[in-house]
Ligand binder design. Structure first.
Ligand SMILES: C[S@@+](CC[C@H](N)C(=O)[O-])C[C@H]1O[C@@H](n2cnc3c(N)ncnc32)[C@H](O)[C@@H]1O
Length: 276
């Protein structure tokens, strides 16, 4: 995909402001929501957010039962935050970061270096056309990026193809509850307008859809962890970050997401599923 076709307005903003101390601390490593064990104790600082973002990555890869010595594909790897964390905590692992956006990969290559006997590589490519051979990985991860992919069906077909027998995928996603269907036209408009102007292409799918999809493709049963409550301080921090909330559209987008979440219409889930 050419640079012109990549539509990730929030990354344009992050990349343009990566020298800003607050942006660098908050988003220079992980680019996703945070996880607070006790959200009431969140400090609403860039540093606290960075710690919470690290914790969220750990929650996702722990759902995949990462062990020393395995091979991992991190799809939509951003600046390599999840890979950095795995690299620090495991040995003899082979990790590949895949991203559609070469600009992010260039930064990841500069800041992520393999420790001891780990191997790390960053590769440009699309999640729905994974550029690796069949049976290449023990684990696939996709931290907060699946909503960008043009087809979840094509993505899961690719995951099934590149996973070794017994392999596993763990990912996080914003998943609507059944009540959100009563607001469907509004949500569609939101995703096409404010949402798209802030985050680029994104869509929501229900848990029932995921369940059906993985069953149809022959995966085992989905495991689900609802961490919505633990992510809530993210919204307060995003409002406090002046660079990120300087545009009225971005502010409105995050306010709508927060509102849907607090009303129980949207959940933040960690999902994992294995293949025989
Ligand atoms: C919210 S960021 C998450 C980044 C990273 N997973 C993290 O947690 O720090 C979403 C990521 O998905 C990537 N992405 C979007 N569409 C993609 C696609 N079709 N194939 C691969 N990566 C994609 C973006 O470039 C971005 O890095």
């Amino acid at each position: 995909m050419s640079k012109a076709e990549i539509n990730l307005p929030y990354f344009d903003k992050i990349l343009a402001n990566l020298e800003d101390k607050v942006v660098k601390t908050m988003l220079g490593n992980h680019v996703h929501w945070g996880y607070w064990e006790n959200p009431n104790l969140a400090q609403i600082t860039a540093q606290d957010f960075a710690i919470a973002a690290e914790k969220l990555s750990q929650k996702v890869y722990q759902a995949a039962d990462i062990q020393n010595g395995i091979s991992i594909l991190d799809v939509g790897c951003g600046f390599g935050g999840t890979i950095t964390s795995i690299n620090h905590n495991y040995s003899a692992i082979k990790i590949t970061g895949l991203n559609i956006d070469e600009r992010q990969l260039a930064i990841a290559r500069k800041q992520v270096h393999p420790r001891d006997d780990n191997t790390i590589e960053f590769v440009q490519g699309d999640a729905i056309k994974i550029p690796f051979a069949d049976n290449s990985f023990d684990v696939v991860l996709a931290v907060e990026c699946i909503f960008h992919f043009s087809s979840r069906v094509a993505f899961f077909q690719e995951v099934k193809r590149v996973l070794k027998p017994g392999g596993k995928i763990a990912f996080s996603d914003f998943v609507p509850t059944p009540a959100l269907k009563f607001f469907e036209p509004v949500v569609r408009l939101f995703l096409k307008d404010f949402g798209a102007k802030t985050y680029g292409q994104a869509n929501f799918i229900t848990l029932a859809y995921y369940d059906n999809l993985v069953k149809k493709l022959g995966f085992n049963s989905l495991k689900i962890e609802d961490i919505t409550f633990n992510t809530l301080p993210t919204y307060t921090i995003l409002k406090e970050c002046s660079v990120l909330s300087s545009s009225p559209i971005a502010r409105k987008t995050n306010n709508i997401l927060e509102c849907m979440t607090r009303l129980g219409l949207l959940r933040y889930l960690i999902l994992s599923v294995s293949i025989e």
